[in-house]
Design a protein around this ligand. Structure first.
Ligand code: AMP
Length: 238
């Protein structure tokens, strides 16, 4: 019997606690493989900054380190995946989800829409490492470049190396909110690790960003789970 040709993954989920490195891995995978990156945290921050009705409803939850209610999040993603950049040439929905689902009802909503993941990459990192990472994290509000006051400082303190914009310390990256976000992760998002066991790849997220990325890419290639840009279908779809 001839071996079954592996199918590229159309729908990937990045799972991990706040500060586990989902955003960094996502940006690299988008560059490498041309999937649309759907970060619910970025979408919510944009909604808050623009003062939309969603932003006004989400802000107090985010500032408190709590999760935004499921019905708002499910509606946000349901609308977003209808956009043309999430469709392959064959009409299939393709995406790289970062920060969604974060609860079992959110995972149920994906399944109900026949949008369950082909593969879930779980970045596993100890809480003590996450607290250090998040407390020192600074982000460029203009180009999104990430920095850390100790581990990856900008050349000029407080200024983005890439575009010269003043860096921000997210209001939910203060120690109190960080503890609440980690608690919410373990209680509400942790069960998704078991839920997705059949399609889960666990990566040690405490390594350097380059080490994490190398492991993620080799795990994805090993599983034949993602087409690289030399593949025609990836070109057509991206
Ligand atoms: P992040 O940038 O992914 O850490 O998200 C920042 C904040 O946005 C979280 O602490 C939550 O308040 C909110 N958020 C992002 N994604 C979700 C989600 N899938 N469900 C509920 N709240 C979310």
């Amino acid at each position: 019997m001839s071996p079954v040709k592996p199918q590229p993954a159309n729908r990937l989920i990045l799972l991990g606690a706040p500060g586990a490195g989902k955003g960094t891995v996502a940006k690299a995978l988008v560059d490498l493989f041309g999937l649309s990156h759907l970060s619910t945290g970025d979408m919510l921050r944009a909604a808050v900054a623009a003062g939309t009705p969603l932003g006004k409803q989400a802000k107090s939850f985010m500032d408190a380190g709590a999760l935004v209610p499921d019905e708002l999040m499910v509606g946000l993603i349901a609308d977003r995946v209808q956009q043309p950049d999430c469709k392959s040439a064959a009409g299939l929905v393709r995406f790289l989800l970062d920060g969604f689902p974060r609860t079992l009802p959110q995972a149920d909503a994906l399944d109900a829409g026949k949008l369950g993941p082909d593969l879930v990459v779980y970045l596993n990192v100890d809480d003590s490492v996450l607290v250090d990472r998040l407390c020192g994290r600074r982000t460029c509000p203009n180009c999104g470049s990430p920095f850390h006051i100790h581990f990856a400082p900008p050349k000029v303190s407080g200024i983005c190396d890439r575009c010269g914009t003043a860096l921000v310390h997210r209001s939910d990256d203060q120690e109190d909110a960080i503890r609440k976000r980690l608690e919410a992760f373990h209680r509400q998002t942790g069960p998704l690790v078991g839920r997705y066991a059949a399609c889960l790849v666990t990566i040690d997220g405490a390594q350097s960003p380059a080490g994490v990325l190398a492991e993620v890419v080799s795990a994805l290639r090993l599983r034949g789970a993602i087409a690289d840009r030399t593949d025609d279908s990836a070109h057509a779809a991206s």
